[in-house]
Design a protein around this ligand. Structure first.
Ligand SMILES: Nc1ncnc2c1ncn2[C@@H]1O[C@H](COP(=O)(O)OP(=O)(O)OP(=O)(O)O)[C@@H](O)[C@H]1O
Length: 349
């Protein structure tokens, strides 16, 4: 691994030289009152190409917000550099970076109506009133709030507020939009729907963006590439499909939801000793299968049945089966046989 391209085997991890955002060997420290320092970002390098949506994924405390805040200029870098189109941003204050910010709680201005919230950045930029009005209408349409211009912010639902916040942050056409857990205050169903809408708004407007989340489903729904962080380090950067099928390490695979890690030789018909990961999608219930297991639990979830099976010699693995009204559902304690889908069992390097 080189710091510039953490996954050199993944062609999608390379970017056009010097364009867009480049973070090089960045370190962000926090100094406590007692003089001790905590390292939140530890020598991290990353690039974001113009027009790209990068998902920044990692567990709580992995340093995602610290990285985002450093890029925004809200947190000083202890060492390393942050550049945009090759120009160093050290010493460039937050409001001169041309970057937009969007947070979990939207931070709308309560005394302005929806249109005035969206217009805020345009006013700051000195846009004439007619152009502002036009742009506000365009942005509210884009986020699905066409008739909302005159609404008071206090009358909006949580999802509507975040749509307004998104419209407001897109209105001045930031050269980079930094989104820090913008959906995490919303309930799961709304979050899934809005994640798709955010992606559409970003790609329709061609906005370059970094989207921080600790939810891998959300990262998969929003991002062109996903950067996985842990303990201030970058573990892997890859397109969602490559990340899922080729996680670079057990740590990445665990974080994505893989459940069992065994030598490949444990699987029927496989003879090498590489470590492999099994998770949802790796196994199928099959009366003629070579693996045996005991059902621990079975739950219905939006058209599929998720069956957790204690697989002999492997451990618990979730099996996802399509649901049908006349198909018998297995229950806890039941003995089952399973087949491996070898294409859905990544080898860990
Ligand atoms: N202002 C601060 N002072 C001291 N330590 C801090 C400060 N902000 C963050 N940290 C520490 O830096 C580390 C990284 O925190 P950060 O908020 O960047 O992580 P995160 O991945 O965004 O987490 P979360 O998903 O919980 O927001 C953590 O150990 C955290 O305790």
């Amino acid at each position: 691994m080189t710091p510039q391209h953490p996954s050199p085997t993944d062609p999608s991890s390379t970017t056009s030289a010097g364009r867009g955002l480049a973070v090089r060997d960045l370190v962000v420290h926090y100094r406590d009152d007692d003089g001790t320092t905590a390292t939140a970002v530890d020598g991290l390098s990353l690039e974001v190409e113009p027009g790209e949506v990068l998902g920044l994924l990692g567990p709580s405390g992995s340093g995602k917000s610290s990285l985002l805040r450093a890029v925004a200029g809200l947190e000083p870098a202890s060492s390393g550099s942050i550049t945009w189109d090759g120009a160093d941003l050290a010493g460039v204050p937050v409001h001169r970076r041309g970057f937009g910010l969007m947070f979990q709680d939207g931070q709308l201005f309560p005394h302005r109506d929806v249109a005035a919230n969206v217009a805020f950045g345009l006013e700051m930029a000195g846009e004439p009133r007619a152009r502002r009005r036009e742009r506000v209408t365009e942005l509210l349409e884009l986020v699905g709030l066409g008739g909302f211009a005159d609404r008071a912010v206090s009358t909006l639902s949580g999802g509507e507020r975040q749509r307004v916040a998104l419209a407001r942050s897109l209105a001045p056409r930031p050269r980079l939009l930094l989104l820090d857990e913008p959906l995490s205050a919303l309930d799961r169903a709304l979050r899934e729907r809005l994640a798709a809408e955010v992606r559409e708004a970003l790609t329709t407007t061609g906005t370059t963006a970094v989207f921080v989340t600790h939810d891998h489903d959300e990262a998969f729904a929003v991002a062109d590439r996903i950067a996985v962080m842990d303990l201030g380090h970058l573990l892997q950067v890859a397109r969602p499909v490559d990340l899922w099928h080729r996680p670079a390490s057990q740590r990445v695979a665990e974080f994505l939801g893989y459940e069992a890690f065994v030598p490949a030789g444990v699987l029927p018909g496989v003879e090498d000793d590489a470590l492999v990961a099994l998770g949802p999608g790796s196994l199928r219930l099959d009366p003629a299968g070579d693996l045996r297991g005991t059902v621990r639990s079975a739950g219905f979830r939006r058209g599929v049945v998720e069956v957790v099976v204690e697989v002999e010699g492997i451990g618990p693995v979730t099996v996802v089966e399509p649901s049908a009204p006349d198909r018998a559902v297995v229950g806890p304690g039941e003995q089952v046989r399973l087949t491996v889908d070898v294409d859905a069992v990544p080898r860990l390097g």
